[in-house]
Each structure stands twice: as C-alpha cells, then as structure tokens.
Design a protein around this ligand. Structure first.
Ligand SMILES: [Cu+2]
Length: 107
C-alpha cells in the first residue's frame, strides 16, 4: 500500500516537473500579407512590393522585403500578385505564394 502511494506520488512529481520544464512556445503573431511585385532583385535577394496595409504590422506602401526562401525569386516577375505570411517584429516575407488575379482565376 505505502509502496503504491509512494510510486503514485513519485509519478505525480515527475509529471509536474515535466510540465514545468516544458516552456510554452512563444506564439509569434502572424499576418497574411498581400501585394504586387514591382521588382525582383536577385542580387540582394529581395522583392520590391506594393503591399496592402496589414493592420498591426505595416501600412500600405511600396518597399523592399527580404524573403525566407530566395528560390521563390526565380518564379516571380513584376506584376505578380503575391501573398505571404509575416510575423510581428519581422519584415521578412515567409511562404511567399503567387496569388491568382482576384476575380477571374487566370481565365
Ligand atoms: Cu514598410
């Protein structure tokens, strides 16, 4: 009986410690960014984008953005509409994707 109680107590302590040591990951706030490619700069691995306002992240403006994966630059050209994921305190564009024209899906 006492052995079982001890074992349970030990198990509970163990679980508690595991829970404590497991730091909750800091959830970085993310936003969806939309814009039009104005220029592709493969030298500096950046895109000049006329971006829509992203509430809480960036006003509507045209500026240069770094990208998380420079290989995307080869697939982009001026005039392309793109979407990307952006994060608080980070001006880099993540998961850049070419967005089709708004209304008519490429037709
Ligand atoms: Cu800006």
């Amino acid at each position: 009986m006492s052995r079982v109680t001890l074992w349970i107590a030990a198990a509970v302590v163990c679980l508690t410690m595991t829970a404590c040591s497991k730091q909750a990951p800091i959830e970085q706030k993310s936003y969806t960014f939309r814009g039009k490619v104005e220029a592709v700069d493969t030298q500096s691995k950046s895109l000049k984008i006329n971006g829509e306002k992203v509430e809480g992240w960036m006003d509507a403006m045209t500026m240069d953005y770094k990208v998380d994966d420079p290989s995307i630059l080869d697939t982009l050209k001026p005039g392309d509409q793109i979407t990307a994921t952006v994060y608080d305190g980070d001006e880099k564009l993540h998961k850049v994707q070419i967005a089709g024209p708004p209304a008519n899906n490429g037709r």
